[in-house]
Design a protein around this ligand. Structure first.
Ligand code: URA
Length: 191
């Protein structure tokens, strides 16, 4: 059975299922439209997110806002979440047991939102959702469909901040996302 949003948020707020809870200021459950057709999944909170309890509010977040705007949407229209809800120390990638402990929350969020399209931002999101054998450099830009949900792996906005040459491929990936949302909407019975 699906949990409700209030129960889920409460569980995340009190969670002590892995070591990351010890270092957190605030957990970062995620935010946005609970009925979003499009969801973005990042890696985990950084310093700014830990301080505010909100996902993607630092420099990478500002870039993510621009990416969302570039396909004609706003932050409020989509849902933004992370693989882990608490900040890993020194912004390291979350470890396998931390991801495993936190995944039920992300699965519950996806189950409540039921988005049509999910953008996987970077290798942690790709690995956590689709499995450890997947590689972002090899698979970005190619649709993967699972149980009626369309996944688009692309580079994490923090990677774009480090390497400008990733901007063009990410833009190409986002155009595919925009087109897929239009295509899916056109297929809906009352479109
Ligand atoms: N990077 C992420 O993966 N998630 C955030 O919320 C912020 C930065």
């Amino acid at each position: 059975m699906l949990v409700s949003w209030p129960t889920l948020t409460e569980e995340i707020t009190r969670c002590q299922k892995c070591r990351l809870c010890a270092g957190r200021t605030y957990p970062v459950p995620g935010e946005g439209n609970p009925h979003a057709r499009l969801m973005f999944i990042g890696e985990g909170p950084g310093r700014d997110e830990d301080q505010t309890g909100r996902p993607f509010v630092g420099r990478a977040g500002q870039l993510l806002d621009k990416m969302i705007g570039a396909i004609g949407l706003s932050r409020e229209e989509v849902f933004i979440a992370n693989v882990v809800k608490c900040r890993p120390p020194q912004n390291r990638a979350p470890e396998a047991d931390e991801v495993a402990a936190c995944m039920p929350y992300l699965r519950a969020q996806v189950g409540l939102i039921r988005p049509q399209v999910i953008v996987l931002l970077g290798s942690s999101a790709l690995g956590a959702i689709l499995g450890p054998d997947h590689r972002i450099t090899r698979e970005r830009g190619a649709w993967i469909e699972r149980k009626g949900v369309w996944f688009m792996p692309t580079f994490h906005p923090a990677a774009l901040l480090r390497d400008e040459s990733k901007k063009r491929p990410v833009w190409e990936d986002l155009k595919k996302v925009r087109d897929k949302l239009q295509e899916l909407q056109a297929d809906e019975p009352n479109a």
